[in-house]
Design a protein around this ligand. Sequence first.
Ligand code: BGC
Length: 415
Amino acid sequence: MKLNRLFAAALAAVALTSAHAGEVEVLHYWTSGGEAKSAAELKKIMQAKGHVWKDFAVAGGGGDNAATVLKSRVVSGNPPAAAQIKGPAIQEWASEGVLANLDAVAKAEKWDTLLPGVVANVMKHKGTYVAAPVNVHRVNWVWANPDVLKKAGVAGMPKTYDEFFAAADKIKAAGLIAVAHGGQNWQDFTTFESVVLGVGGAKFYDEALVKLDAKALASPTMTKSLETFRKIKGYTDAAAPGRDWNLATAMVMQGKAGFQFMGDWAKGEFLAAGKAPGKDFLCAAAPGTANAFTFNVDSFAMYKLKDAGAQKAQGDLAAAIMSPEFQEVFNLNKGSIPVRLNMSMAKFDDCAKLSSKDFVDTAKTGGLVPSVAHGMAISPAAEGAIKDAVSQFWNDDKISVAGAQKKIASAAMTK
Ligand code: BGC
């Protein structure tokens, strides 16, 4: 009898915990040094709430591999609790009817008042929150090693492409690699979209790469962008193809290369290696883009699950992501800025402070545009096709500028 009572009490206790805590399997692609440190902060918060974090990391910068794995898991009826997806891909998943409704958490926590409208729209499907944002990454940055610049006699960060190529020539003459680059199509496009933004301005960027307007894609400004992009290629090393982005960042860190075009997750990498901004590395808007901002918002969507404990864990994950504590510590590690409005930037460095100021300013001037390279702007199908066309051009010097321009325009029509 006594034993039975004990058993019943034990069962009740188990039932109680499982109603409150659950396992949360989180699919993400944060595997580099800085990224892993940031992901660990999310894991810590969930564990503190009593949930079990099941890490589902799929290596591969930019998330292409993770997207493929996610598709196969959802199609086979076994989705993870949460997955790092963003932009139009959120809408595609939501219209499949597989995403959980996060409105209860969003209402209770007042997300509508805490998020910039441009971000809230991406997180909602037909007016319902289906994803929770963690940050705002800026993509149009150039990173540099100040010792390399000094050695080469380069006075400061280049503001225009004339200045950039003059600096790159000096670095080359000093026997170093001017531009650290990794060879994957999203890395090529990260550079490409910054070039289009710098050469054509935010309005042209929006017409050509976001609206995919045929006239803009066929314009002399696009020709000039492709010529500038090809010229940059001439300053990369022969071992770039296939290289991961963080290894390219390491080349800048180690003083082997001068510059890298990359979003500010590169800063997370410098910081994780103990490097100080302004001293060991420099950040500046990519040439010609000081008044513009290509945004890239990382977010987690929750997949519909039946288990009550898992549902509770999903709600807690969504709430944790938007909490001020998490937004601060995560973004200090990730290189990005908080997406939650009115957060203090006191603990952030000058690169983040500049990003925060430019995010607010460009939202007013029209310079704020979504990153195509990072899945914020166009359908995944069109994005994939354009990226391939741009990378073919980058990798094959025999493809003419005119030929590439035509190919990009036809890739833009991919549905
Ligand atoms: C993501 C970042 C990530 C980077 C490299 C981007 O698309 O938004 O969070 O660090 O890819 O993997």
